[in-house]
Design a protein around this ligand. Structure first.
Ligand code: C2O
Ligand code: CU
Ligand code: CU
Length: 420
């Protein structure tokens, strides 16, 4: 923290080696270390100043996924950092508490850069929600889970041969970069912040004993009230916060079960929980949460249509860095229709918060009715979103919207909008 109260963070993108499989070090990339990156944390009202240094030997960027900020600070494909170069964005945090993240976004090579290990969490706190008393001791009862899949050969070499349609989708699952992990539970209630940090894989997450748990937050903030569920789904880029109750000496596996979307084949154990003999009591799951105000859609809201086809097009066109696809007035609330004409995709919009109005005319499950920035779009379906845009104007610097299956994003299933 500097004299004027600015919080400074320094992130260096670098190559290294990590034992992803025991005894067989893998060549990987990370921020400030060989794999993944530090959890960055700031609260509403904080001024943050980033110093991002690129020691990779090739150009990249760092995008703050979920952050509401000026386009020039967004870290998309227009904010390239050359090898040896440093980028110093700064902005003021002005959004509700949420689990957001950061990752590279160089056009055409995002999948490879993220897959090699460049990703980290960016947790946002809000004094207004602190009073809820949610578990908040990092690593003890407030635990991030970054879910990723890799293709590793028997020597531990990270393979980058893209599979048809989906690209990098593997059968070795890592949680926070750890293979076959476990977590020692020491409290009666644990908050898990789950990020799907995979390139393409989708997860259907449940406990092996089918215990119920509560979803408290979606990508961009808390729900109005906790929603009890037995299973949740996360497509690439999505986050969920959940509360799970434990009894002394509980042992239970968190797993992902197969689905039929093409990007969710196979059953996988994610993480084993082992509870201590005595657990420190925590307050029970609250009845209500500090609701992020719902997005109100004016009757004359502008509607825009986006048609996903193949694996590289939106509205029949590939991404063009020199073309602005949409111009949105500052502070607008709009309805975006995302029509998927083919197999599974998803849709992420930079800068905004949105709510999912419906999926093929049906309301989304209750646990997805919170503020979001990324949504799964099942094959041959249409998702309608109520999108709330921010107030940072810049007619020259665009934000992105795209499929977060990173091969699709790289191939051009992405468009650009400016806020004016
Ligand atoms: Cu997480 Cu445009 O990305
Ligand atoms: Cu983003
Ligand atoms: Cu896609």
């Amino acid at each position: 923290v500097t004299k004027d109260g600015t919080r400074q963070f320094s992130l260096t993108m670098q190559a290294g080696r990590t034992e992803l499989l025991p005894g067989r070090p893998t060549a990987t990339w990370g921020f400030n270390g060989p794999f993944l990156g530090p959890t960055v944390r700031a609260k509403r009202g904080d001024r943050v100043a980033m110093r991002v240094h690129n020691k990779l030997g090739e150009p990249s960027t760092v995008h703050w996924h979920g952050m509401r900020l000026p386009a020039a600070m967004d870290g998309g494909p227009h904010q390239m950092i050359e090898p040896g170069g440093t980028w110093t964005p700064r902005w003021t945090i002005d959004q509700p508490a949420a689990t957001s993240w950061y990752h590279p976004h160089p056009h055409g090579t995002t999948a490879a850069h993220v897959y090699r290990g460049l990703a980290g969490l960016f947790l946002l706190d809000d004094p207004a929600t602190a009073a809820l008393g949610l578990p908040s001791t990092y690593g003890v009862d407030d635990v991030p889970l970054v879910l990723q899949d890799k293709i590793l050969d028997p020597n531990g070499v990270l393979l980058e041969d893209p599979k048809p349609t989906w690209g990098l989708i593997g059968d070795q699952i890592l949680v926070n970069g750890v293979h076959d992990p476990f977590f020692e539970v020491t409290t009666t209630l644990v908050r898990l912040r789950i990020l799907n940090g995979s390139s393409a894989r989708m997860y259907h997450v449940e406990f092996a004993d089918r215990r119920r748990f509560h979803v408290i937050g979606t990508d961009a903030g808390l729900l109005a009230a906790p929603v009890p569920v037995e299973r949740v789904q996360l497509s690439p880029g999505e986050r969920l916060e959940i509360l799970v109750e434990f009894a002394p000496r509980d042992q239970v596996v968190l797993r992902s079960v197969a689905g039929d979307n093409g990007i969710d084949e196979g059953d996988y154990d994610l993480l084993k929980f082992v509870a201590a003999d005595r657990l420190t009591p925590r307050p029970p799951v609250p009845g209500r949460l500090a609701a992020t105000p719902r997005i109100e859609v004016p009757a004359d809201a502008r509607e825009r249509r986006f048609r996903l086809s193949g694996s590289d097009e939106i509205n029949g066109r590939e991404m063009d860095m020199a073309r602005i696809d949409e111009v949105v007035p500052a502070g607008a609330t709009e309805i975006w229709h995302v029509e998927n004409t083919v197999y599974a995709h998803n849709f992420h919009i930079h800068e905004v918060a949105f709510e999912v109005l419906d999926i093929d005319g049906q309301q989304p499950p209750a646990y997805l009715r919170g503020p979001k920035d990324t949504v799964f779009v099942p094959g041959k379906s249409t998702v309608r979103l109520a999108v709330q845009f921010g107030h940072f104007t810049d007619p020259k610097t665009p934000y992105m919207y795209h499929c977060h299956i990173l091969r699709h994003e790289d191939k051009g299933m992405m468009g650009q909008f400016v806020i004016v």
